[in-house]
Write a protein that binds this ligand. Structure first.
Ligand SMILES: Nc1ncnc2c1ncn2[C@@H]1O[C@H](COP(=O)(O)OP(=O)(O)OP(=O)(O)O)[C@@H](O)[C@H]1O
Ligand SMILES: [Mg+2]
Length: 316
């Protein structure tokens, strides 16, 4: 092919035509250049989007890996708790009997010897009774955690449960307690709700420590008319934000002598009642516990025949 002019035809095309041809070619090339630039831009955007999707996939993978790790840890923990639970349930159950003997004997002895005791001995005896009551509550906590409580429910006035609890507890003189003023009733197991209040008030007292402080207990209507809302608010030390997720975990405690079962036991009792418990806290300012408990039995609005029928259906 050497020696052949590839543009030989140019000589044969009139200049005017050639200019037109060239102009059209230049226009076509320009438009192709624009199209290429557009395609380039689209390609760059697609690459960018792909990169974002890849980053998101990586992030999701990390989140999933964390979740799997967390769930595995939870499972391992659950297994440990379950083994420990069996052992603790047996120990707690076995401790309950001798403790009842101590409690009953102490009461009988106290009645028989009351006349002969001086004030100091009476005070000491009261300390002994309170210590036994505390042990008994700890055991109830453990049992309440390891086996869901069976409830004996009736309608009870919240304020009267609270007044019984407060009478039995030792409230330090640096703490002012403001009990509720309204007489709402809840459909509950009296003793189990007592355990809830003892735990919540004990936590509040411990959170206030030696400072002057207060515990306010209020009762109000819930947004759902079937429930009552009970709020226990203390002016104690509060909970550091990084610990707030852990409070209902079994055995989580920040106290030297705590078992970390108080709130767990409260939750299990409240849940068994069909209620709800929530905690909010401001570190250094105080803690608020919100309880939501049912006002009435699910049978309250049925007549006696219907109640019996419903019970029969339920027991099948
Ligand atoms: N009112 C409160 N104010 C501040 N911190 C609280 C309060 N209630 C609970 N907490 C925190 O939650 C943790 C768990 O409470 P929980 O009652 O379950 O166990 P505990 O009090 O440590 O031990 P125990 O089993 O003897 O009750 C406490 O150790 C404490 O750090
Ligand atoms: Mg506690």
């Amino acid at each position: 092919m050497s020696g052949v002019n590839p543009y030989f035809f140019i000589k044969e095309v009139p200049t005017e035509e050639l200019v037109k041809l060239l102009a059209r070619k230049i226009k076509e090339l320009k438009s192709e250049k624009d199209t290429t630039a557009n395609l380039n831009l689209q390609l760059r955007n697609t690459v960018k989007e792909l990169k974002n999707t890849q980053d998101e996939l990586l992030r999701n993978r990390e989140i999933l890996q964390d979740e799997v790790k967390q769930k595995t840890d939870e499972l391992i923990n659950l297994e440990r708790v379950s083994i420990l639970g069996n052992f603790t349930a047996r120990a707690a159950h076995d401790l309950n009997n001798p403790l009842s003997v101590i409690k009953n004997s102490s009461q009988i002895l106290r009645i028989n010897l009351d006349k002969h005791l001086d004030e100091k001995s009476k005070a000491q005896w009261s300390r002994l009774d309170r210590a036994v009551a505390r042990m008994s509550h700890q055991i109830d906590d453990v049992l309440g955690f390891v086996k869901p409580p069976t409830l004996e429910r009736k309608k009870h006035v919240v304020a009267s449960i609270l007044s019984d609890v407060l009478e039995r507890m030792e409230i330090p003189s640096n703490i002012e307690i403001h009990p509720p003023l309204v007489g709402s009733t809840i459909y509950c197991d009296y003793e189990k709700i007592e355990i809830v209040f003892v735990n919540l008030l004990t936590n509040a007292i411990q959170a206030i420590g030696n400072n002057d402080g207060s515990i306010d207990i209020t009762i109000s209507d819930d947004s759902d008319p079937k429930y009552v809302q009970i709020i226990v608010q203390d002016s104690g030390c509060g909970v550091p934000p990084n610990l707030s997720d852990k409070l209902f975990e079994p055995f989580f405690t920040t106290k030297q002598t705590g078992t970390g079962l108080g709130l767990v036991s409260c939750k299990s009792i409240v849940k068994e009642h069909g209620g709800h418990i929530g905690i909010t806290s401001i570190f250094g300012k105080g803690t608020t516990i919100k309880l939501r408990l049912p006002k009435e039995s699910e049978f309250d609005n049925l007549d006696t025949d219907d109640q019996e029928k419903t019970l029969k259906i339920k027991s099948r």
